[in-house]
Design a protein around this ligand. Structure first.
Ligand code: VG1
Ligand code: CO
Length: 543
């Protein structure tokens, strides 16, 4: 094997965000760009010598080319073996599972998740550590430091590896194992859920539509839902991963999964609908005429998880990201479970899961997961819902009505303002930050402000501290607004405004969501001086 050291770098701005490094695909395709980031990652973890890794991606444009480059780099850096998904495909939760099952040193996921794919769209890469979870902040900081100092990368001069067939091959001394992306993941699911019960549910005529959004979950959903669980053919739609996700955004929310939403709101609706994102870690849950917000979904799963075999002994605790609604806190309180609030991004759940402090975790952005892996897991959430519905023999709407009657309803919505000029978005955040301390006690849009601060997270396991994790404003009556800037976008800034209003158990749970949140929204627009600072008050996307 001929190893080349290529002089290159550093490149500007290779700073991992909420979930890895995301850039325009053409940026990643610039000679040496991907290579320098990968080399920096390997440098940050003390080199690759003798180590084993998992590599896979969501199948977007440049996925296979990137894997070829990374395999040659892993070999040149002395890695002993790499496990790769067939055709370069592995969902994010499947990578997490393989890292754990095979005790590898870490893994790479090639994905920009819910961002669109294609040569003129987005690409991304994230590094996961040996617990199967996203690299924690200490490591992402070390990676970024390396990207600023790098001057060369190492790569083997060799032909491409055939990724199409399951089996083994080598580059020099490094062994490469091409695996079926689904098999080990499916085996894990079978340990957690009552497949016989869910199979009986489908056999009884229960109908479902699963929209894989032309992304990586297609093969998993087909094998598990239509294969092992006997759902009729055609249950899974858009099941073949495509390089540009059929031209859409593989983002499972009512806006981007509108075809599924329309079907679920129609007279011809199946009993149950679900969708997942580009890399298979997010989920959308929708019943006949009943969309379930991700925050509510986490709460319902927490309240009912014991109905599935994998969680029959109950949960230890529940964690949610700070902007996620407090619906799961109410469940935790009643069930006597520990409850944690973390910054946005799955990397903050890893320590809590490893320390056995929590069993379930979730985010308002449609990510839910448990201690079975160290990533959020879209299909897992769908299977847990199916298991619960099979046990309760109720519709999604009935489950939700019962949940709200028991715990009250946290009306919730996230408003995204996309492609805001970076200076303007920063100015809005800075201005709001500076006046937080004067807000408490004032009355805005008819609501009294009861608290206002910027979220700082103190990790209870390793003591690390993360600052500037979102501005939050509390109002009378458990209403709340949170503002933060996205860390996954690739164009300008995205301002996220999270709105919440609590309706107690005996209140009306059937209000229109926008109507229920109107006062909080007006208060935010006024407090932030939004019109003046970013030139608009209407969001691009409401989820
Ligand atoms: C978004 C979501 C966050 C999620 C992250 C990665 O981050 O808000 O909850 O963990 O995406 O998910 P941000 O910084 O844009 O708000 V994924 O499925 O895109 O890897
Ligand atoms: Co994702």
């Amino acid at each position: 094997m001929i190893i080349q050291s290529i002089s290159k770098g550093p490149f500007e701005g290779q700073k991992p965000g909420t979930s890895g490094l995301r850039k325009k695909t053409r940026v990643f395709m610039e000679p040496g760009y991907l290579e320098c980031f990968v080399q920096s990652t390997l440098n940050a973890i003390g080199g690759a010598s003798g180590k084993t890794f998992v590599i896979g991606g969501d199948g977007r444009y440049f996925n296979r080319e990137a894997i070829q480059i990374m395999l040659k780099m892993a070999a040149a850096n002395g890695a002993s073996s790499v496990i790769v998904g067939q055709a370069g495909l592995l969902s994010t939760p499947a990578v997490s599972n393989l890292i754990r099952q095979r005790n590898t040193d870490g893994g790479f996921v090639l994905s920009a998740s819910h961002n669109p794919g294609g040569i003129d769209a987005d690409f991304g890469i994230k590094y996961n550590v040996c617990n199967g979870g996203p690299a924690p902040e200490g490591i992402t900081q070390a990676m970024f430091d390396e990207t600023r100092a790098i001057t060369e990368y190492r790569i083997a001069e060799t032909t491409d590896v055939d990724l199409s067939a399951i089996g083994s091959s080598r580059i020099g001394d490094m062994q490469i194992e091409i695996v079926d992306p689904v098999v080990e993941y499916q085996a894990l699911m079978e340990t957690l859920f009552n497949f016989a019960k869910i199979r009986a549910l489908f056999a009884s005529g229960f109908s479902m539509r699963f929209d894989a959004m032309h992304a990586v979950t297609g093969p998993y959903a087909r094998a598990i839902l239509e294969g092992a669980l006997g759902a009729p053919k055609g249950t899974v739609i858009n099941a073949v991963p495509s390089e540009d996700f059929g031209g859409g955004h593989p983002d499972p929310n009512p806006v981007w999964a509108n075809v599924l939403m329309d079907e679920m709101m129609s007279d011809a609706s199946p009993d149950f609908g679900a969708a997942s994102d580009g890399d298979g870690d997010r989920n959308m849950i929708v019943g006949r005429g009943a969309y379930v917000t991700p925050s509510d979904s986490l709460a319902v799963l927490a309240a009912n998880a014991h109905l599935a075999p994998g969680y029959k002994d109950g949960l230890v605790g529940v964690a949610r990201s700070m902007p996620t609604s407090a619906a799961s806190d109410r469940v935790a309180e009643r069930l006597g479970l520990a409850c944690f609030e973390t910054p946005t991004g799955w990397k903050f759940f890893g320590n809590l899961l490893d320390a056995g402090k929590v069993t379930l975790c979730g985010e308002e952005s449609a990510g839910t997961g448990s201690d079975h892996v160290r990533e959020k897991d879209g299909l897992w959430a769908v299977l847990l819902w199916l298991n619960i519905l099979a046990e309760r023999q109720q519709s999604v709407a009935e489950v939700m009505a019962d949940h709200w009657a028991t715990y009250g309803r946290n009306y919730y919505s996230r408003h995204d303002y996309e492609a805001v000029p970076v200076e303007k978005a920063n100015a809005l955040v800075k201005t709001l930050r500076s006046k937080l301390k004067d807000l408490v006690g004032t009355s805005v849009a008819g609501l009294e402000v009861t608290s206002a601060d910027e979220f700082t997270y103190h990790d209870p396991v390793d003591g690390s501290v993360s600052h500037n994790q979102g501005l939050r404003i509390g109002f009378e009556g458990s209403a709340r607004a949170v503002l933060r800037l996205s860390g996954t976008g690739t164009e300008g800034a995205t301002l996220r405004v999270y709105l919440e209003h609590y309706a107690p158990t005996d209140a009306d749970h059937g209000l229109d969501v926008d109507f229920a949140l109107e006062k909080v929204r007006s208060a935010v627009i006024e407090i932030t001086n939004m019109q003046a600072l970013i030139g608009r008050i209407e969001p691009d996307v409401k989820t």
